[in-house]
Every structure is written in structure tokens, then in C-alpha cells.
Design a protein around this ligand. Structure first.
Ligand SMILES: Cc1cc2nc3c(=O)[nH]c(=O)nc-3n(C[C@H](O)[C@H](O)[C@H](O)COP(=O)(O)O)c2cc1C
Length: 329
């Protein structure tokens, strides 16, 4: 039964990977404007923080965000389970973070540190599973270091404990985000578990997604950084891998229009000052690939007034030969 529900949630074969400070309500809404069917995931939600404060905008969602998975981090089985229970009213699926490499997180035995403690990880999974009536997934890496590549055995243990779905980032914790994701290794996990597996890491284009699926034999792909500056990427990937339909990447003009929508929505969501400041991290992904882009970004980050930012962005559209600026996959 749960198996069928998971298959329904992941049937588009593409998911938005969780990214703290990135995949907020607004980015999820933008992704959904293009892809009606991909599984979208929230940012990592700390179970400790959610236990203290329930009234937080991190859990907000829109009706059309389904299918949506809520990711929790932590290491205390009962605490994660009660947060998962609380999130059931928002979520179609709960995901547990077992891959975050950040020092602050792994020091507290959360995130990727759980890969060194499979007994605790299994306890977390069993306790959460017992408390919720929606599917449960985990996201982990190849291992903590290259000498500790335990992802196959770890995946089997997660399945045995009751996990319904796995996303695997094909890097170790030591690699952080450097080097190249090793998609071929995922095929070994696929051979050894029966639950669906999505491959993650460096899926930045429709072609990369097809190549990743070929090498990993995974059931789908999870897209992280590729969605930065291009929320339409997940739709483009779905069209390509499911229908063989190649949609061109957005032109500069389209990217600037998307940035304007992103800004407008963040300002609605957070207020003008916080919304504009929040959006600054996205400028390098939208405003690029033309002469003078870096100087312009330097100017944009100094502006707090939304209308003034729009005036500057509109100038890009008027002064550049935008048709020659499209860039390929
Ligand atoms: C800024 C940033 C924040 C991230 N936050 C999370 C997170 O909250 N939870 C998680 O499981 N992974 C997180 N990740 C990892 C991504 O989900 C993904 O596994 C990783 O970026 C590799 O995929 P990509 O090459 O498609 O980006 C984060 C990555 C980035 C770059």
C-alpha cells in the first residue's frame, strides 16, 4: 500500500532536492509553475527547532505544492517522530536528512553522522514510521569518507527498518560538494534494495539527467543546485527523460523575468527588506553569461529598494542583444 503511494508521488521521476536557505516556499512555488508533477522537498527542518517553535514560515505550503516531502534533521528518535507526526498535515511524505556534511550538523550526530551510526539511524526510522501514516524516505551519501563507503549496506538497513524511498547523493561526506558525483556507484545500491532510489548530484541539465539514469539505473533524479537561477530545469528534465522532448534552456531575458518574479514573491513572503536581502544569493545564477554581468551584480547587491532593482534589471533587457546570449546545456 505504502509502496503504491510512493510510486504515485515519484512518478514524474524528478524531484527537487532539499536545500537549506534555498528551497523555501517561494522557490518551491516557482518550480511548480513549470513542473506540475515533480516531487518537491522543503528545506531541512531541524527537529530541535520545530519542537521549540511550531509557528514558523519554513513549514508553509500552497495547495499546488503536492506532491511535497518535508525533510527533518536530528538524532533523537522520539523528537523526530513527533515532529513528523506534526508535519503530516502538510506533507505527502517525510524525509530524514542523513547526508548533511556541515560541521555544526555532524558534530551533533545529525545529518551524515548517522551513516556512522546505523543502529541509531534504524531506531529513528522505526520510531518515525510507527508514528506516521504517510511514506517515509531518507537521503544519504555514499559514506562518511572514501574509506567508509557503506551506502549499500546502509540502504539495506534503512529498507529493513521501514523506509519506503531513498535519495542518494553520490558523494562522500568528506567531498562536501566538490569533485564529481559518482553515479555508477548508485547502481550497486539499486541491485541490493527493492524500494525506489533517486540519484542525486550534478544533475544540471536534461542530458546529464539521462546520463545519470543510464549510469545509476536509478528510478529518478533529484535536482539541487541546477534549479538555482533556473526553476524550469525540473520541467525540462521531465520532458526530456519521459517524452524525449528537448526544451531549450531559458534565455537571459527569460532569466531576468524569472528573477523579477522571484524577487516579487520573496518580498510578498518576507517583506521588502528581508525579501530583497534574501534574494541576493540568487543574483549570480540569474544575472550571468554576458559582458558586465559581474559589475552589474556588484551594483544590484547594494540596492534595497525593489523598484530600483527592477529598473536596473529592465536596463539589461533594453541594452543587450539578448538573443545571442542564450547558453546551452
Ligand atoms: C545551499 C545548499 C543547501 C543544502 N541543504 C540541504 C538540506 O537542507 N538537506 C539535504 O538533504 N541536502 C541539502 N543540500 C544538498 C542537496 O540536496 C544535494 O544533495 C547536493 O547539492 C547535490 O546535488 P546537486 O549537485 O544537484 O546540487 C544542500 C545543498 C546546497 C548547495
Amino acid at each position: 500500500m505504502t509502496n503504491l503511494r510512493v510510486r504515485e508521488l515519484i512518478k514524474s521521476r524528478v524531484s527537487l532536492a532539499p536545500m537549506a536557505g534555498i528551497t523555501d516556499y517561494v522557490l518551491r512555488s516557482l518550480v511548480r509553475e513549470y513542473s506540475k508533477t515533480c516531487l518537491i522537498t522543503t528545506e531541512m527542518i531541524s527537529s530541535e527547532a520545530l519542537t521549540q517553535v511550531k509557528d514558523t514560515n519554513i513549514v508553509e505550503r500552497a495547495d499546488n505544492h503536492s506532491p511535497i516531502s518535508y525533510q527533518l534533521s536530528g538524532h533523537k528518535p522520539d523528537m523526530i517522530a513527533s515532529c513528523a507526526k506534526y508535519l503530516e498535515k502538510y506533507a505527502d511524505m517525510i524525509d530524514i536528512n542523513m547526508g548533511c556534511p556541515v560541521n555544526k550538523v555532524v558534530k551533533g550526530t545529525d545529518g551524515c553522522a548517522l551513516m556512522r551510526n546505523p543502529v541509531l539511524a534504524q531506531r529513528i526510522v522505526r520510531t518515525v514510521k510507527h508514528n506516521i501514516n504517510i511514506p517515509l524516505s531518507v537521503k544519504f551519501r555514499l559514506g562518511y569518507t572514501y574509506d567508509e563507503l557503506n551506502y549499500v549496506e546502509y540502504g539495506q538497513k534503512m529498507q529493513e527498518a521501514g523506509v519506503d524511498f531513498i535519495t542518494i547523493h553520490a558523494r562522500t561526506r568528506s567531498q562536501m560538494y566538490g569533485g564529481k558525483a559518482d553515479w555508477k556507484k548508485i547502481a550497486e545500491l539499486k541491485r541490493n534494495v527493492d524500494i525506489p532510489v533517486f540519484a542525486n548530484g550534478d544533475v544540471v541539465s536534461p542530458m546529464a539527467a539521462a546520463e545519470c539514469l543510464e549510469q545509476s539505473n536509478a528510478d529518478g533524479v533529484a535536482v539541487g543546485r541546477g534549479a538555482l537561477g533556473e526553476p524550469s530545469l525540473l520541467h525540462r528534465i521531465e520532458e526530456y527523460i519521459n517524452k524525449g522532448n528537448y526544451i531549450l534552456p531559458p534565455t537571459l531575458e527569460e532569466k531576468i523575468e524569472t528573477l523579477k518574479r522571484h524577487l516579487r514573491k520573496e518580498v510578498e513572503f518576507r517583506g521588502e527588506d528581508a525579501g530583497v536581502k534574501f534574494c541576493r544569493k540568487f543574483y549570480p545564477y540569474y544575472v550571468n553569461n554576458f559582458t558586465g554581468a559581474s559589475k552589474l551584480r556588484g551594483e544590484l547587491v547594494l540596492i534595497n529598494d525593489l523598484n530600483k532593482i527592477f529598473e536596473k534589471l529592465d536596463k539589461i533587457l533594453k541594452h543587450e542583444d539578448i538573443n545571442s546570449l542564450q547558453y546551452g546545456d
